[in-house]
Design a protein around this ligand. Sequence first.
Ligand code: C2E
Ligand code: CA
Ligand code: CA
Length: 695
Amino acid sequence: MLTGSYSSSLVLISLCVAILASYTALDLTGRIATAKGRAAYLWMGGGALAMGIGVWSMHFIGMLAFSLPIDLGYDLALTAFSLLIAVLSSGFALWLVSQPSLPGLQLAFGALIMGAGIACMHYTGMAALRMLPGIDYDPTLFGASLLIAVGASAAALWIAFRLRAHTPYVRQIRGLAAVVMGFAIVGMHYTGMAAANFPDGSFCGALGSGLQGDGLVYLVLITTLAVLAVALLTSVLDARLEARTAELARSLTLANQELTQLALHDTLTDLPNRTLLADRIEQAIAKVAEQGGCFALMFIDLDGFKPVNDAFGHHIGDLLLKAVAARLRGHLHSQDTLARIGGDEFVLLVELQEPDDAMDVAVKQVNLVSRPFRVAEHDLQLSASLGIVLYPGNGQDQHELLRNADAAMYHAKSAGKNGYSFFDVSMNSNARQQLQLLQDLRQALEQRQFRLHYQPKFDAQACQPIGAEALLRWEHPQQGLLLPDRFIGLAEKTGLIIPIGEWVLDEACRQMRQWLDQGHHGWRMAVNLSAIQFCHTGLVESVARALRQNGLPANCLTLEITETTAMHDADASLTVLQRLSDMGVDLSIDDFGTGYSSLMYLKRLPANELKIDRGFVRDLEQDSDDAAIVSAIVALGQALGLRIVAEGVETDKQQDFLTRLGCDSLQGYLLGQPVPAEQFMGKLQAMGQANTAVG
Ligand code: C2E
Ligand code: CA
Ligand code: CA
């Protein structure tokens, strides 16, 4: 029996190669797992090559570490065949661990094949010695080497499968696993070597024709190291690249999400916008078609938002809208959609159990808005008008539903605001009527359908007339006499208010000139200006022209602008008012108390008169708050040197009360209704006689 010996340094090197090959293999499985398409196959092919060469070279260096008292050589073909076996079984192993799952049975089967492959490679490599007579294998050790091969393969496969994912410390764990696997491979090899007995007088048949010599170790070693190094380096670089790509992809996804958020949401309130709302309505309609049930769409419009925005500026207005959005949103179910679709317009989409539930939701929303909002130190009061449509029932598609909800909202608004209306088909015909009215309005001026009615104003103490307010009427050919509430809004929206306003100014001045000629010196004619007229650049010129053409002194004309109009863009208003005041025209702040005036600003305003809103006068007797407000306004006016006018006086009590509080003049149905000029003097005389009769 020939006794072999080992070169310890080469054994150590073979162990290192085994560990390095294991590490490379584990690293590559990570690549294969994350690569896609062709790249995965390329990695698998390259990996099989690198790992096969690594395992094989470990084995071959182990063979070279072994020496017998006789010279040894290696048959080239068999050696190459053993390399091929190593590469193929490595490829199989890599393919196996790159599968999405690795159940126990599959693992066992894989380990069997891979173990057999390694053993095959080993014993083919041994056969490459072409010993004569043949090598005598110890059956126990031979069996043990097979078991080790299969066991090590099972462990390697399991570890490799587990380590595919990117977990923290993956490199360290991989290193440790590589050491374990390296030892297992080396253990198998040397157990197999220990099983081999070489009978005395054995002769190496490969000597002479096969591979041979000391340089062989270095050649194999260097080639192997080069292959493994290239494989590892490529793998590491690719991992970096992949990480970078993943990072880029992540930021792209993030940017995409942000864009979608921007495209589908309102930037101020973060609520869904019109686009997203449309989508949600479509979904809700589809859901009803599929599963039944119903939903309600509520069009919510804030009452009183514009005055706040005008008086406090856009910044406060924006904060208020945010607060409203947050409060409404806070009381909804997550499946409901609250969208903002315009300045102060919101739409709420709610799924309902029963159509009747819509009312509860609407009442809740209206109540939520009517509680005061505290915004930047201001207590602000709003209310909401709500229009409700139900689906199925009030429309076929989202456009019709929204249009009908809008019509219902307008109905709620005209019914006194701070409330809700369910849609009804008659409301749609209202919209059509509006359209017709607009067409008629365009011709009204040309066809001389406008009239002025005059309502007298009285000195509070002396109860003597001191002038009149001109109030516009429209003699509609079909509908009869229309009040301004019916058409002023429409005229403002279309800009028709400018020519109409000029006609009013001219006509009122003409009438006043006539009264002046009749001897009513000291009277003043009051004309209302809308916000649109007030902002129009030609206003000062129109006023001057009306006065000039009718030969009327400027101080016979009072212009009434509402508090809200005057406070809107305070500086611009100030310039216009100053120019009018310089002309000698008298200025009155109408509907005083309904807006949000700043005292500072009021002081700078060149106004002559404050007109207490008739809302306060109406409830004077019942509401002690209103009485307090009226006396505060009177005190304020007196402090600022302004005349105080109370409008809407309907009862003797109101007249008494307002006179005692110190109002300078009074106006109202009690003292005189608005009438055409022809009836004006007659009515006044009748009033005067009645007064003298009483007095
Ligand atoms: P306003 O300037 O506050 O006019 C007073 C309104 O109160 C008038 O309604 C008048 O008829 C009504 N009124 C007078 N006395 C009483 C009373 O004792 N009780 C009650 N409940 N109401 C009383 P009217 O004529 O319907 O005008 C409504 C609004 O239309 C006016 O409010 C004014 O803002 C606007 N307006 C009227 N004429 C014109 C105009 O020529 N140009 C512009 N731009 N607006 C006008
Ligand atoms: Ca007025
Ligand atoms: Ca008024």
